[in-house]
Design a protein around this ligand. Structure first.
Ligand SMILES: [Zn+2]
Length: 448
């Protein structure tokens, strides 16, 4: 079988033949979550995409070294701790444990390494020292900043010049910085914040430096694949490249892979719209095989619209194939050839799933007797779905996604004293079979 693998590299904006740095091994680093709240479907998509990529790399014979980090030191974690009156490390620990459980519930294999920032402070300090020694960073009043203008090629991943970034960025006023786009490698601790001792005094690392330090520790200065959501391209990944390459004088990651984001009912998922769906909430309604299949029937680079309607369609499609009995001569070898070649072409899971449904539906593939079926399902992380009850709980729980949105929009309308709009939203909820209940300034709902 042809085993040439092509990967779309965000750095060069083209598909390139994959050549590993170390024979038959793939080193892969993916940016993980900041653990300050429950993880949502955006995290689920990124995790499922890279889980499937790693499964496929193993399937075609590579040994993989897969690293995914936890950002467990961050302003958001500290603020959450203050809000709840608990130590930031307890917040981080709670959501780290939750994330690991969520990944297991989604059928994602554990990465080979899951390092946390708090366990890698010496490595981070040592990398910052190297950057300063090379003349790419400066210290001021206990903060250390990266000198963006010094690094040739800043902006190469996001395809922007420093001038165009300046035009498009709202800069904070910070007297410690020499230049507006310079970013913090180390920040002085404010009062009551967690801190670590460093050559620059008590403080903590900036966000970007952790991934440069942890990838260097686990995968070396040059490694194969760096992945993450496309929202991380700028500034996070751009800054990782600058920090790492200025010290090593080597290419940081050979292939950059970015997964597309998700929309909820065609709207961007965001806190300000109030339509965030947590993984554990989602899993109460929909079976993990449905969620995985929804994501994987899209190419990893395209956006996914996550909605009850779409999930129901996937549920129907899967249940349909469950009922099929093979009627034609087995084309299992052909099936394998086709889905593998789709995956070798920039991990086209959407095309691969297309073959899966087609061959089962036209009766030329038997889940009972063709081992190629279980091979495919294993690689997509949906093995065993036939023995599970994959039907969603829609009889008891209505379209919760839309209802959350309605409640949010109605709150806003009521704040604006737009009573007509508020009433319209109430009617819409009733049409979905739901009664809204206002109590002590909060709106909840129950089936009506
Ligand atoms: Zn990162």
């Amino acid at each position: 079988m042809n085993k040439d693998l092509y990967i779309y590299n965000s750095l060069t904006s083209q598909k390139e033949l994959f050549k590993e740095t170390s024979a038959n091994e793939v080193s892969i680093y993916v940016c993980g979550p900041t653990v300050y709240s429950s993880s949502h479907m955006g995290h689920a998509r990124s995790a499922i995409v890279f889980d499937t990529i790693v499964r496929f790399l193993k399937f075609i014979g590579f040994k993989t070294n897969y690293v995914r980090n936890f950002t467990d030191i961050d302003d958001k974690i500290i603020n959450r701790g203050i809000e709840e009156g608990v130590r930031p490390e307890d917040i981080a620990e709670k959501y780290k444990t939750e994330y690991i459980e969520d990944m297991e519930s989604l059928g994602c294999l554990q990465p080979d390494f899951q390092p946390s920032v708090s366990e890698n402070i010496p490595e981070i300090i040592s990398l910052i020292e190297d950057i300063i020694k090379k003349g790419f960073a400066y210290e001021k009043n206990g903060d250390v900043y990266f000198n963006v203008q010094k690094f040739n090629g800043y902006g190469k991943l996001s395809k922007q010049s420093i001038d165009s970034i300046l035009v498009n960025t709202r800069l904070e006023i910070n007297p410690n910085k020499n230049f507006g786009l310079d970013f913090a490698l180390w920040k002085t601790a404010k009062e009551n914040e967690p801190y670590w001792s460093s050559p620059w005094g008590k403080g903590r690392p900036g966000w970007h430096i952790e991934c440069s330090a942890m990838s260097r520790k686990y995968l070396g200065e040059n490694f194969d694949i760096h992945g993450g959501g496309r929202d991380l391209i700028f500034p996070h990944h751009e800054n990782e490249i600058a920090q790492s390459e200025c010290v090593s004088d080597k290419k940081f990651a050979n292939y950059w892979m970015h997964n597309g984001l998700i929309n909820i009912n065609k709207e961007k998922m965001s806190k300000s719209i109030g339509n965030i769906i947590n993984i554990r909430e989602g899993l109460k309604l929909w079976n993990k095989n449905i969620i995985r299949t929804l994501f994987l029937t899209h190419h990893y680079r395209t956006p996914v619209d996550f909605s009850s309607k779409k999930l129901e369609e996937i549920e129907k499609t899967l249940l349909n194939t469950k009922k099929r009995v093979p009627t034609n001569e087995s084309l299992s070898t052909k099936f394998k050839e086709l889905w593998v070649s789709a995956m070798l072409d920039d991990f086209n899971t959407a095309k691969a799933f297309g073959y899966y449904f087609k061959f089962i539906n036209d009766g030329s593939l038997s889940p009972e007797t063709d081992s190629e079926v279980s091979e495919f399902e294993e690689t997509m992380g949906i093995s065993g779905w036939r023995d599970e009850n994959i039907q969603s709980k829609k009889d008891t729980i209505v379209d919760e996604v839309r209802i959350k949105q309605i409640i949010f929009e109605r709150d806003r309308a009521r704040k604006d004293k737009n009573w007509i709009k508020a009433d319209e939203l109430r009617y819409e909820a009733e049409e979905l079979g739901v009664k809204l209940l206002d109590k002590e300034g909060k709106t909840t709902w129950e089936p009506c």
